[in-house]
Design a protein around this ligand. Sequence first.
Ligand SMILES: [Ca+2]
Length: 385
Amino acid sequence: MDFPWEEWDTVALYAYHPCAGVREGVWEIGDIEEEGKVGIYYGDELAGWAEGWAYPVVLEGSEVYVFWEWDGDIYCNARAQGSWIFMTFGEKIINTQETERSVHAVFSHDKKEVYLAYLEGEDVPYRIRFKKIDLSPSVSVLSPSLYDHNCRHWRIGYPVRISWEVYKSIAPVCSCVVYLHNLNAIPDGDIKRIGVVPVNDNTSPFDTLSLSFTWVPDEDPGEYEILINVYDVLGKVGTATSDEFILTDELVLNSSFEDGLCCWEKLDGVPMEVETGAVHGDSCVKFILNGVEDYASLRQVDIPVVPGESYWLSGWIKTSLDGGRAKMDIRDTTGSSSLCGNLRGDNEWRYVYTQFIPQGNRAQIRLVAGRIEVDRWKKWVTIKI
Ligand SMILES: [Ca+2]
């Protein structure tokens, strides 16, 4: 059997498990006086360097992990499919800033985690430290999970940003695959790949990566979720699922209040309710002026429009008989605006509409309810839109 050292090398052998004629083990080779460093070997492959005896240990599963400790820090190198992930230098994974003590390592039963144990301290009694390392990256989808005004609607045909965070394990992340899960399909939905995001990861082990992908949906309207798979160079996979969201071909999101008040920004503290009994669908929004505030409004901003094109804002409004009034208006960032409604004291659903030709490329819509005083008595007023 060939060993990777010559007669005159200084060798320290730490683990050796002959198994079916295959050399398994780690050792250090080098003359610290002459070279200032020693090589840490797994078999005859160089796995790292240390400036002195570093007491390496090895774990062998489908990948090989070599851990060692030098000058109070714990280093790692890992090998999968014949390649070492940190070249020949290893990577510092734990900074203990304490006197060096050898590290011990063991796999969890399912080999999805590694447990490290090491000593800290200058003198007895030493402190015994444990660290659990999840060998796969973990992932959290940031969007579509967080929205302004609790909105979970996206417009078909307009770019949306999918973003996620990766909490790395030891190995660098190399790619992410983004999938769209169609929740409308029967029975369990169908899944299609919508993007591959290569990652050039030069961060340290256990760092957090913030990643994103811009996608222009061209699906049918309906409910969906995003699935993300994150792969590292050892082939370990982390997965995450977004919150469910709705793809719509409407310019105004949740325009009929069928999804509650989501996507609408409330500009004051006036109570609003979603009521059944509407002209459009099952629900409408009801403004309740409680005698303190004079106005209440809901707004939706950042509605994409094309300058110079003609748009129609329309809807159904019902006011109460006791003096409430209500209107809808639309304006763009240049100050162009148009309004409709301005109804009062009319307890029937009325269809209102107005034309708008924007000058800018973003519009906002407001729904405004107001109270009028009768004989200086403030009254309760309800207005439905
Ligand atoms: Ca409705």
